[in-house]
Design a protein. Structure first.
Length: 171
């Protein structure tokens, strides 16, 4: 292979590697990162007993509850519930949650009763997308792929540039 062909191939390899690395890293991030549902609005159900009671029998379900394999392998995480005034409610004191089903119930407490004035609660949580890789070692290996691909493309280009330099007598 003559020097001109090596030089062209080295530049093409470097450019193709630079173009593909963004796509590889983006696809990797999609499968290794949890999705965020931020301030999802849920209408509260108040009992007819007045302004100071919450219907504790009402069960609420988040918009993205775990289904199929996610029920056991990827339940909801970082579940935070707030009332209308922005006060973070306390787990077991103000509400109970089942992360594997995405369901929660309000408890009749001072913080939840304060939320009755607008009839809304706001839920924030992390959930798994359908293409999420739930194996921690799998995510680690997959996160290394983009780096190793970049190193491989750089090494091929450097080897070709070295070959050109050697052929032309620069080395």
């Amino acid at each position: 292979m003559d020097s001109i062909n090596k030089l062209i191939l080295a530049f093409v390899t470097l450019i193709v590697g630079a173009v593909l690395i963004g796509s590889i890293a983006g696809n990797t991030q999609d499968t290794t990162t949890l999705n965020l549902a931020n301030s999802e609005v849920h209408a509260m159900t108040a009992s007819a007993l007045g302004d100071n009671h919450v219907n504790e029998t009402a069960i609420y379900t988040v918009t993205y509850p775990p289904t199929t394999w996610k029920i056991n392998d990827c339940p909801l995480t970082n579940f935070v519930l707030k009332n209308v005034s922005g006060t973070t409610l306390t787990l077991t004191t103000d509400y109970t949650v089942t992360p594997s089903t995405g369901k929660y119930q309000l408890v009749n407490s001072t913080a939840t009763v304060a939320g009755l004035r607008s009839n809304n609660t706001y839920v924030t949580y992390n959930y798994c997308g359908d293409d999420y890789l739930n194996s921690s070692w799998g995510r680690t290996v997959l996160n290394l792929v983009a780096g190793f691909f970049a190193i491989a493309m750089l090494m091929v280009s450097l080897a070709l540039f070295y070959g050109v330099a050697k052929d032309t007598g620069l080395m």
